[in-house]
Design a protein around this ligand. Sequence first.
Ligand code: GTP
Ligand code: MG
Length: 615
Amino acid sequence: MENHFNDKIRNLAIIAHVDHGKTTLVDALLKQSQVFRENQDVGVLIMDSNPLERERGITILAKNASITYQGVKINIIDTPGHADFSGEVERIMNMADGCLLLVDAVDGPMPQTTYVLKTAFSQDVTPMVVINKTDRPEARVAEVVELVQDLFLELATKPEQLDFPVLYASARDGYAVADPADEPQDMKPLFDAILKHVPAPAGDPDAPLQMLVAALDYDNYLGQVAIGRVSRGTIRLDDQVALMGGGDQPTTHKLDRVFVFRGLGRSEVTEAEAGDIVAVTGVDGVAIGDTIADLENAEALPTIHIDEPTVEMTFGVNTSPFMGKDGTHSTSRTLYDRLMNELRTNVSLRVEATDATDVFLVSGRGELHLSILVETMRREGFEFQVSKPEPVTKVVDGKVHEPYERLNITTKDEFIGALTEYLSGRLAQLIDMKYDDAGNVDLEYLIPTRGLIGFTSFFLRTTRGNGTHSSAFVEYRRMEGAIKSANAGVLVAWEAGVAVTYGLLNAQGRGDTFIEPGTPVYEGMIVGTHRREGDIPINVCKEKHLTNMRSSTADITRRLNATVRMSLDEALDFIASDELVEVTPQNFRLRKKVLSTSGRSRSRANAARDRAGAV
Ligand SMILES: Nc1nc2c(ncn2[C@@H]2O[C@H](COP(=O)(O)OP(=O)(O)OP(=O)(O)O)[C@@H](O)[C@H]2O)c(=O)[nH]1
Ligand SMILES: [Mg+2]
């Protein structure tokens, strides 16, 4: 059976660390294979089609496209490079026979390069290496090739995996060469190398049908769409098929539509053979990892392995006094249904019930994975409240273990002191440090995820944009040591009302403020940072007492300092474990879990007693 190969097809995943140029490379491949009309202005990062991807300039969801070169159809799967979305890479890898591993000619291999290459090897996907961004003046091509070779030596599980081709490209400028000395022209050398090195997909078109569902899509008109590679047999329109999911009895369905990928779109066909990637409708209730199989010979394929989530937070019904003002979906039922729906496509997400009926524990692969979900839901009109992201711990042999990550930082050497101080207080161990002559430094740490939460905003503040950092999960380790917390408290609104300039001026005597005059507040809402330890209640709605005296000049010149504006991600980073972010379609507000000032001092007193009793 395995000696059937479909030589008219290649299935190729594009994998790399974040920002190494995957989507830009796919742009170039699509453009140069005439997917578009002559002179059609299609823009850049065409595959990053969802609004959040465009806004943030990152890929979040893996996506399919296809091109034809010399009569061979190349199915391309673009994947996200950010570690938080690595579940996407695991999910799609079984559709591919080969992958292009892109490596930035300046950065070299980064944590996520290691991760995606490991994933490719574990699925027996044949890698080709593309050193990208060779146009950059700082490119250090020879060195980067050596680093890539070291990485292959470290990760390969079979000798033939060390026999990989290397190409040199500028995805942005639209060329690739097989030898650095070659004259750059176009992507032809890369197309040729793909046909030569990526194995044709195996699978007997006459055998009983088998297809693993690797992606789902929902279309208002077509309904549920299941996407995957036909690994055996032929899939036909109107066929009766068996759907085999986790443990349940197979169900029978009739295939309403069969599509293959063409360019950026799909085209309807009556049948598709083993080796091709298809999208089908008619299989209601399908989930990722299910097998669509021949009715008479229903055999399930191994389901998709996805690494476990490492970070969790609660999603609860909004309980603030402003509840229901902004959002169209605000009940426990709609929140639960929405989260359940997300599980169908967001493979590395988990949702669990908690002791409270209107609060759910949601876990994912990192802070960004969860904050993207929060952002997506608020844009859909949801209103809810979320807690601080915390690492997912687990108990091994009676001991608590926590996730550890490898953290890579590139910045200017003037920031080393501040970074080192912060990170050592957060249990990071320095693994490697490299300087260059231009005052740049590369730092590599091993750090518990616990210590990394909140790091992004610290890093941006401290380096003022002079640098990049990224991290990727390594393993679970024994939980040891405590994190030095910053201990600065917050300013908390004392009563409900509308903030006024005078009240905010008073607040600014204690710290920075988050809100403008005219902002409605409620008791327990966080309105700023306290410069010192501990929270203080503050009345930001308080007007100046009117007197007969004219204002002194000092008063006139006292102006409000600029309001500190946080993004949603920064707000999630900022809050403490006794605080929440209230998210609505128009706003997000920071609040204490316990809103009443007296309630909070009571619970503090109780906590103090608890601690005293424990000793
Ligand atoms: N100089 C140069 N810049 C490039 C090249 N390829 C990509 N870039 C730039 O690098 C940045 C990231 O490119 P993307 O294609 O979005 O990277 P990606 O790997 O898809 O990123 P994620 O999907 O978020 O992991 C963009 O600003 C590109 O313009 C290249 O060959 N040369
Ligand atoms: Mg991308």
